[in-house]
Design a protein around this ligand. Structure first.
Ligand code: KIV
Ligand code: ZN
Length: 514
């Protein structure tokens, strides 16, 4: 019988730590439901002590998401652990606390200013405290890759004895190479006397592009939990990409006789959902989930694939969820069909949400022939933002061409009042942005503007991502429409709505009447 590898998804915790990737609670709920449908074993839902919003997200995920275990991150501090325990409590016997403490000399000396003895003592106390409040405790030796091997063995043995049933060995700074990391894992399992009482886990960062290779090396040497993220999101260069780990194990089952519980046909829809919510576009040549991952351009390759797919394809696109996403519903379809389609995408809608989404679906179905799963996710995102909108787009008219300067006229509702402005710009999008900026006061600066055609055809919905920075805060806004200028205005407004320091401008006469 083949071994089982547990997939611990940390998109909502380490992934959310990527600059510009922060998600609101509704967005986290959608990702969490989709991860459950994908079949991950553990969802790391967040870091409850970090903010009330993080606490609330973990608590709601623990209350509402069925199936996977729900983990909350906590530093090895009593307050962190208390807060984490409270947040994951609704998950009952699926609740896990993931507590961590650094074990490398540089982290212990320079960051923690603690001696190795103090670190062991604190780790043991924390595991015991956590074990008194939840059924399952994971301990991570932060920066294990650069830790002294004897010390690592000592702390791992002590934390297992204190009640940790999962021991995570992170390569926190992405410094390891596969050979050395694999032997580190093997040696640890072999030397720690009580290692049979815990599952060993791996958590690799991608600073040198080795996160997946290092994770696999650890699996080859006995790790049975991999911590990873959708699309490889995560701190700095990111974490090991879930889709790559899972598809390597499956495609090379001749080498790895190890199974996961992942429904691989849900990989692409989940990847697109995460990309759309976070605004982190997927590079076209990204393995498994990139738009070109299955595109054959050269004539020789095309000829080969036509004759026999296996000449150049080691994975079928359908097996990871490509090409299975054409929406067969049309404008005559009913609510039940729409609801059921959302369920296959991992989204459960209550009656009110379904009503609102259904209205948007009908409007879109009137405008375009083919509705794809991506369209449905966009419809959904619009709906989830409705309640938080302080600024709403009432109307937009833009004109551009080869002769006259591009101009845009916008009408916005800001905190319940109607404001109008007209502005010129370096193109219709710029004109629309100038007009909006003349009405909305914000100190933010534009970090990113990107346009993506999310479906095919000239009637495709264009999806625009706008990233704004206001002080320390970085927010993303997405907008989609068959008209790219409207999509851009919606994206800017969605981002502005996420900034607390944003108001209606009192004077905007210099922009009007252009
Ligand atoms: O990279 C890391 O070491 C972490 C720990 C909290 C597991 O993210
Ligand atoms: Zn990490």
């Amino acid at each position: 019988m083949s071994d089982r590898l547990y997939i611990f998804d940390t998109t909502l915790r380490d992934g959310e730590q990527s600059p510009g990737c922060s998600m609101n609670i509704d967005e986290k709920m959608r990702v969490a439901h989709s991860l459950a449908t994908l079949g991950v074993d553990i969802i790391e839902a967040g870091f409850p002590i970090a903010s009330p919003g993080d606490f609330e997200a973990v608590h709601r995920i623990a209350s509402e998401v069925q199936g996977p275990r729900i983990a909350a991150l906590a530093r090895a501090h009593p307050k962190d652990i208390e807060r984490a325990a409270e947040a994951v409590k609704p998950a009952g016997d699926r609740a896990r606390i993931h507590t961590f403490l650094a074990t490398s000399p540089i982290h212990m000396e320079a960051k923690l200013r603690m001696t190795p003895d103090q670190v062991v003592e604190r780790a043991v106390e924390s595991v015991k405290q956590a074990r008194n409040s939840v059924p399952e405790v994971e301990f991570s030796a932060e920066d294990a890759g650069r830790s002294d091997m004897d010390f690592l063995c000592r702390i791992v043995e002590a934390t297992i004895a204190a009640g940790a049933s999962v021991i995570n060995i992170p390569d926190t700074v992405g410094y390891m190479t596969p050979d050395e990391f694999g032997s580190r894992m093997g040696e640890l399992i072999q030397r720690v006397p009580n290692s049979d009482q815990a599952i060993f886990s791996v958590h690799c960062h991608n600073d040198l592009g080795l996160a997946v290779a290092n994770s696999l090396a650890a699996v080859e040497n006995g790790a049975r939990q991999v911590e990873c993220t959708i699309n490889g999101l995560g701190e700095r260069a990111g974490n090991a990409a879930l889709e790559e780990i899972v598809m390597i194990l499956r495609t090379r089952s001749d080498r790895y006789d190890i199974e996961t519980g992942i429904d691989t046909t849900k990989i692409v829809p989940t990847s697109k959902l995460v990309s759309q919510i976070t605004g982190m576009l997927i590079q076209p040549n990204k393995a498994i989930v990139g738009a070109n991952a299955f595109a054959h351009e050269s004539g020789i390759h095309q000829d080969g694939v036509l004759k026999h797919k296996k000449t150049y394809e080691i994975i079928t696109p359908e097996s990871v969820g490509w090409n299975t996403n054409r929406m067969v519903l049309g404008k005559h379809s009913g609510r039940a069909a729409l609801k059921s389609r959302y369920e296959t995408l991992g989204v459960t809608l209550d009656a009110d949400q379904l009503g609102a989404v259904f209205e948007r679906f009908k409007i879109l179905a009137d405008k375009k022939k083919d509705i794809f799963d991506e369209d449905l996710m966009v419809i959904l995102s619009g709906d989830s933002e409705v309640n938080m909108e302080r600024v709403k787009l009432i109307s937009l008219h833009a004109a551009s061409g080869t002769k006259d300067a591009p101009v845009a006229a916008v009408e916005l509702e800001i905190d319940g009042e109607i404001h109008k402005a007209t502005a010129q710009g370096d193109g219709p999008v710029d004109a629309a942005f100038q007009a909006i900026k003349s009405l909305v006061e914000s100190n933010s600066t534009l970090l990113l503007y990107s346009v993506n055609a999310i479906t095919s055809g000239t009637d495709a919905q264009g999806e625009v991502t706008v990233r704004l920075q206001d002080g320390d805060r970085i927010v993303n806004g997405q907008g989609s429409d068959t008209d790219i200028v409207v999509a851009s205005a919606k994206a800017l407004i969605a981002a502005l709505n996420k900034l607390p320091n944003m108001h209606a401008r009192e004077v905007h006469a210099q922009y009007s009447g252009v």
